[in-house]
Write a protein of this length. Structure first.
Length: 283
């Protein structure tokens, strides 16, 4: 892949992050916050401003590429090259002043992500990966390679998950899974932003992350980063991940870690009535 595209995406994510910081510093207009699926699923002026900015820049620079994004272009595109955008991942965290949120920009070719960029505005960390070029964290002019952890024992593992907007049926299954795996591991976290959770798996800070209802803009950039850092993405049944996947296990690839999650979600699913995924918990 042309480094110019990578550098464009990195610069764009950083500028969108600066826009978010500006809104955060002047104070979020509370009257601009509106509900989508309910009081637990919100969108703010910051989401919309960041998305307008990113989509405008992408359309101007790459007019023949498709675009899917969280707020306005949610349907998968049939274009050969497609930008995948989450202008503000972790909206609830952002709205409450919690510094766990990010900007996600990915680029897929024929449905397969080749480039991923996640910018963490609160700490000015830029994470990026290109297929065949590894995964990296950029701090100023310093590039640090990302590597998943080698931990293969549950007693030494820290995992993360998220809870669906649906609070009953399959949505409640995450709580049961959380309790089971929390008792088996060092800890299970709920961080509220899939973008950063995935880069922390890629960075070796977390051994695994599992969730249902994630959307392409949540996981496409991190997909590239985790795999380039030596990790693995699959659906709950072990089949390879796709942009249309509704269940995902993102891990360091170690058997004990993956097997514990696969076994737990299967056992819990057998006890819970089926329900459609209603989206991730972290927006």
């Amino acid at each position: 892949m042309d480094n110019a595209i990578r550098d464009f995406a990195i610069d764009l994510a950083q500028r969108a992050g600066d826009l978010l910081l500006g809104i955060r510093e002047r104070g979020l207009n509370q009257e601009s916050i509106r509900q989508k699926l309910g009081h637990f699923d919100i969108v703010t002026e910051a989401d919309l401003a960041s998305e307008r900015f990113i989509l405008s820049e992408l359309a101007a620079a790459y007019p023949n590429y498709g675009i899917i994004s969280e707020e306005t272009n949610q349907h998968l595109s049939n274009a050969e090259w497609v930008w995948i955008v989450d202008p503000l991942d972790g909206t609830t965290n952002f709205a409450h002043g919690l510094p766990i949120y990010g900007v996600n920009i990915g680029l897929a070719h024929k449905g397969y992500p080749l480039l991923g960029v996640t910018y963490e505005p609160a700490n000015n960390h830029t994470y990026w990966a290109v297929r065949g070029q590894g995964a990296w964290r950029r701090d100023g002019n310093v590039e640090t390679p990302l590597h998943v952890s080698g931990i293969n024992r549950l007693s030494g593992a820290v995992m993360a998950t998220g809870f669906q907007y649906a609070r009953t049926g399959a949505g409640r299954a995450r709580h049961t899974e959380f309790a089971i795996l929390d008792s088996m591991t060092q800890s299970v976290r709920r961080l509220g932003a899939a973008s950063l959770t995935m880069v922390w798996v890629a960075s070796g800070n977390l051994e695994a992350y599992w969730e249902t209802g994630l959307k392409p803009w949540d996981f496409a950039p991190g997909w590239v980063m985790v795999e380039e850092a030596g990790g693995l993405l699959t659906e709950y049944d072990g089949t390879p991940a796709q942009l249309s996947s509704h269940t995902l296990i993102i891990s360091n690839g170690q058997p004990a870690i993956r097997d514990a999650i696969e076994r737990t979600v299967a056992e819990v699913a057998a006890q819970v009535e089926p329900a459609s995924a209603a989206g991730p918990e972290h927006d």
